[in-house]
Design a protein around this ligand. Structure first.
Ligand code: 13P
Length: 263
């Protein structure tokens, strides 16, 4: 399967929410309302580990795909509490979020561990969704671009063009996550443009032009259109608003509308 940014990519990161019963209820609603959207978008749900299998059973008849919120860098062994990419594949995952700012902040995730996880996910044929983003303090000190630059350089260390083509990028400014503060479309575009330019410089224009670069941070139905209308914004990684089927579907519809207008 090849990644393409010809359609908007909308992923819902459920974080540490939803029991199995609640997850089944939510994904059933999403599937029931999204059958006519599937051809115009890529939709992914990212439930907690415990709900991956039951959610996959429901998704298997439709077009919505499955992702996980994290992965370990070894395939198996004595790593109590960790989940391997083989287990994610077995549970039906095509995607995995790597380096989410909450994992960097609370669980000591570093660019080095992010890099190891990306490499293992790729070997297992799971598309990594690499999260990058700056704190409010870094933005105020005008260090946004240098932070992103370092996260990309170290996170992608040792990877070649072919591997880069299988990675999705998610710019999530930390100050916009769960705060209700969204980056202005121009702020998002500035960083997305930088990410694409950096990919072009290191891996060539072909690789950069088809890269999927998502925005995340307080995405909701009312701001999706303006964000996705920006040239380099290819979709959204949605947190809170993906916990409700109606708003997740509404975000997807707004994304499709914005993409049509961009063409
Ligand atoms: P919110 O949409 O709740 O701000 O979360 C964004 C996020 O962290 C998605 O990974």
């Amino acid at each position: 399967m090849n990644l393409t940014n010809q359609k908007p990519f909308i992923a819902g990161n459920w974080k540490m929410n939803k029991t199995v019963h609640e997850a089944i209820e939510l994904v059933t609603k999403i599937c029931n309302s999204s059958s006519d959207l599937a051809s115009e978008t890529n939709m992914v749900v990212i439930p907690p580990f415990t709900a991956l299998n039951p959610v996959h059973e429901i998704l298997s008849v439709g077009k919505v795909q499955l992702g996980a919120q994290d992965v370990f860098w070894e395939e198996k062994g004595a790593f109590t509490g960790e989940i391997s990419p083989l287990m994610l594949k077995d549970a039906g995952c095509n995607y995995v979020v790597i380096g989410h700012s909450e994992r960097r902040q609370y669980f000591n995730e570093t660019n080095e561990t992010v890099n190891r996880k990306i490499k293992t996910a790729l070997v297992t044929d799971i598309f990594p969704i690499l999260c990058i983003g700056e704190t409010l303090e870094e933005r105020k000190k005008e260090e946004t671009i240098s932070k992103i630059d370092t996260q990309l350089t170290e996170g992608l260390n040792g990877l070649g063009k072919e591997e880069i083509r299988n990675i999705i990028f998610a710019y999530e400014p930390i100050w916009a996550i769960g705060t209700g503060l969204t980056a202005a479309p121009s702020q998002a575009e500035e960083v997305h443009k930088f990410v694409r330019a950096k990919l072009a410089e290191k891996y060539g224009n072909d690789t950069a032009s088809c890269a999927i670069i998502l925005y995340g941070g307080s995405v909701k139905p009312s701001n999706t259109f303006s964000l996705l209308k920006e040239e380099n914004v290819n979709g959204a990684l949605v947190g809170g608003a993906s916990l409700d089927a109606e708003s997740f579907i509404e975000i997807t519809k707004e994304a499709i509308k914005a993409y049509k207008e961009k063409k």
